[in-house]
Design a binder for this molecule. Sequence first.
Ligand SMILES: Nc1ncnc2c1ncn2[C@@H]1O[C@H](COP(=O)(O)OP(=O)(O)OP(=O)(O)O)[C@@H](O)[C@H]1O
Ligand SMILES: [Mg+2]
Length: 291
Amino acid sequence: MVDFAEKFRSMSKLKWKVLDAIFKNMWDYKYVPAEVIAKTAQINPEKMETILKALKDENLVENKYTEYLGSAFTYLGLSLYSLWRLVRSDKVSMLGKRMGEGKESIIFNCYSEKYGECVLKFHKVGYSSFKKVKEKRDYGTLHFTVLMVRSAKNEFKALKRLYGYVSVPKPYDWEGNAVLMELIDAKELFRVRLENPKDVLEMIIEDVKTMYSLGVIHGDLSQYNILVNPEGVWYIDFPQHIDLNEVETDEERKVADEILKRDVENVINYFKRTYRIEKDINSVLKYIKGE
Ligand SMILES: Nc1ncnc2c1ncn2[C@@H]1O[C@H](COP(=O)(O)OP(=O)(O)OP(=O)(O)O)[C@@H](O)[C@H]1O
Ligand SMILES: [Mg+2]
């Protein structure tokens, strides 16, 4: 396990400059040519190879030698760089303890002078876009870390759209693959024994309906991404959400319908299994869609 904070402190100005240059060019090259990095960072091209080698030894970049030397971020490199951007713009003042590490993200507690205590989520996974890729180049020529940035952007976008209408963490900022958001003092649904499961299920259905009316389908709704505390129910983890404003064709409509159904099924089945509450999926789906 890498100590993020330690690694962050040990970086030199020159190395940040190089990572910054990779970030600026990552949408155009799968492996950014050393020459392009040198030009963007205004560093002597002869020095570049040495710096890139050092960054590789620290597991911050991945270097590839073809006709030329090219470089791309590792997950760690992109995450540290994203943190640097947040620190530099005074959004994050102190990194706290690691709250969780899964296959899809690493989550930190952090402190911000601007926002107080918050959560910093570094995205590890890239979701294939529901719509056709809109980037200049297609997936085959994009590095996977570009997709992590897209995931973070998607999550931030969904939180922005929903905040104030349904209970989601307040989105503060997004940089690279990192999303900075409000810390919710609540537990995952699967960890608690509810006293009023019927009311909670009704609240969730009502919230899914509100999200739908705002053009958002969660896409990974389950007892793991719903948090509860005595004040209510909260929803997290939106990188794979579907934006209904982007649904155009019949095929896309069908996919969106299936994903909504899966979300609702997850919740209904959980309440059935755990609390013996029966609900008819089809009438719930009709209610959500306002049919
Ligand atoms: N804003 C938040 N406030 C409080 N806890 C949070 C917040 N965001 C995430 N968490 C905690 O971190 C866990 C993982 O977060 P999230 O579901 O967003 O990521 P994930 O992509 O599912 O990651 P993983 O692969 O670890 O499951 C959550 O289950 C929750 O316990
Ligand atoms: Mg999750």
